[in-house]
Design a protein around this ligand. Structure first.
Ligand code: G2I
Length: 495
């Protein structure tokens, strides 16, 4: 696949003077000074330690070739706690001819990960690309059997060894319709449910994802996937997560990234940044490298703001080993380390974002996935959007805060709501929202807030990371509840 460039082509001199080592050292030193002032004494010094302290993982993609490059793997082992095989688990590598399976290369990646205390994201089971030619020659009425055999054999081989599978990779066109690949031609959109079901039967503890690119922001493509996810969950299909590849162009991280992750999370799905890189038209200058740091920090902060965002993976380690120049000639430098394995502003920004607060997701991904996804509270309560979302009245109070409860989804016996907490004419530093349930409703799960209270009285306080709201600004928290959907009037106080 080739994620389309969304960037504006720019013309620039190739002879620009560069002083990467000194420039980066200065950036690193300046950032370190800033970090020492801004973060607590126990700040972690690696991405994985900092991510784990926030209940997330930080991962990388590695190929079998990378395993032979000691500087690269040493850095990977020191900094990351999740590995995605770059190519080794794809169909062309694992079933190059019909019924003949080869897991040797994938096994090497898994062994490397296990011997370094890293987990594995399996990538991938069904994809239109890196698909051996023989699959295209299978009669359409046999494609489902071939697909299910491939999934069953591979997911069984790796059963218990992968944290998550990208079961279906890149199924969407840019306009939000499904690609007309061999799987679609044989089974229509039903191939996605069939693939997820086969993977779940083979490895019931693996988190099962649909993974795609250009779905990071709210757009036609992510809208198509969002509708499909709703429909799959309503049918009880074992879909557990959405992978946002995140192959960005410097300065172009979508502003709706967090909101987009939130809407998938609100369906009861995990979300993950699965293939992060941030390419720059070469040669990269210092302001672009700074912007890249801003981009990485934004991506990490967006993940931290969404409790169901389980982790971030970069698609590689260093600028010397990346797919970018091969696919986007003239572009490069997309990673957190340069080609001499020196940390860039992007690394400092990612680490700083991870170290600058505390929060915990709904389930710590640093633990082995011992819980069957099918037992997860997120397993769909057949959520369907309520036909007419309703909300409680809201009237901003000068100098204080206000809160509005809105119903997002409802289903038989339960509902999901979003609460917007809005600052008045002054900034708010810490907030408490209270309401009373009118008809015996009970909250079953709540995110982006800390709840207490008993009986019909509910009290929700801010998390450490969302207590500060600028004057006129807002933040949201969400919950699912048992009972009939209700939008009681909420009060908001700020100390
Ligand atoms: O294209 C970037 C990524 C987009 N999302 C799905 C990922 O699976 C994909 O990864 C890349 C790998 O990083 C590349 O290494 O997928 C490419 C293929 O679509 C991989 O490139 C291929 C080369 O194009 C082939 O020439 C080569 O034989 O890698 C193959 C194995 O080394």
């Amino acid at each position: 696949m080739k994620p389309p460039s969304t960037g504006t082509e720019r013309h620039r001199s190739r002879t620009r003077a560069r002083g990467p080592a000194t420039a980066l050292a200065a950036v690193a030193a300046a950032t370190a000074v800033a970090l020492n002032l801004a973060i607590p004494a126990q700040a972690a010094s690696t991405l994985k330690a900092a991510a784990e302290a926030r209940g997330r993982y930080f991962g990388t993609a590695l190929t079998r070739g990378d395993l032979g490059i000691s500087a690269e793997v040493n850095l990977a082992a020191a900094q990351f706690d999740m590995v995605t095989p770059g190519n080794e688990m794809k169909w062309d590598a694992t079933e190059p001819s019909k019924g003949s399976f080869n897991f040797g290369s994938g096994d090497q990646i898994v062994s490397f990960a296990q011997s370094h205390g890293m987990r594995v994201r399996g990538h991938n089971l069904v994809w239109h690309a890196q698909l051996p030619a023989w699959v295209g020659g299978v009669p359409l009425n046999q494609v489902q059997g071939v697909m299910e055999n491939h999934i069953t054999t591979e997911a069984t081989h790796y059963r218990g060894k992968v944290y998550a599978w990208d079961v279906v990779n890149e199924p969407y066109n840019e306009d939000g319709t499904l690609r007309q690949d061999v799987f679609y031609k044989a089974m229509g959109s039903g191939y996605i449910a069939a693939a997820l079901r086969a993977a779940h039967a083979a490895d019931p503890n693996a988190k099962l994802y649909i993974n795609d690119y250009n779905i990071e922001g709210i757009n036609a493509k992510s809208n198509g996937l969002y509708s499909l996810a709703q429909s799959l969950l309503a049918q009880g299909v074992p879909l557990h997560g959405i992978g946002l590849e995140s192959h960005f162009i410097v300065g172009q991280v979508p502003s709706s990234l967090q909101a987009n992750m939130e809407r998938f999370a609100a369906l009861g799905l995990d979300v993950a940044i699965t293939e992060l890189d941030d390419r720059i038209q070469m040669p990269a200058d210092s302001s672009e490298l700074q912007q890249q740091g801003t981009d990485y920090g934004r991506v990490v902060n967006a993940c931290l703001a969404v409790p169901r965002c389980v982790g971030v993976s970069q698609w590689g380690v260093d600028d010397g080993h990346t797919w970018i120049p091969g696919t986007f000639p003239g572009y490069g430098a997309p990673m957190m380390w340069d080609s001499s394995y020196q940390p860039k502003a992007a690394y400092q920004a990612a680490l700083s974002a991870l170290n600058s607060g505390t929060s915990s997701p709904s389930q710590s991904p640093s633990q082995s996935p011992s819980q069957s996804p099918s037992q997860s509270p997120s397993r769909s309560p057949s959520a369907s959007p309520s036909s007419s979302p309703s909300s409680s009245p809201s009237s901003p109070v000068p100098g204080a805060c206000s809160a509005t409860i809105k119903t997002i989804n409802s289903w038989g016996g339960g509902f999901q709501s979003e609460v917007t907490v809005r600052a008045g004419s002054s900034a708010v530093n810490g907030w408490t929202v209270k309401w009373a349930w009118p008809g015996g409703q009970t909250i079953s799960s709540l995110w982006n807030g800390v709840s207490s209270g008993s009986g019909s009285s509910v009290t929700v306080r801010n998390e450490s990371y969302n207590g500060s709201i600028a004057a006129g600004g807002s933040t949201t928290f969400g919950f699912t509840a048992n009972g009939t959907a209700a939008t009681p009037t909420a009060t908001c106080t700020s100390p």
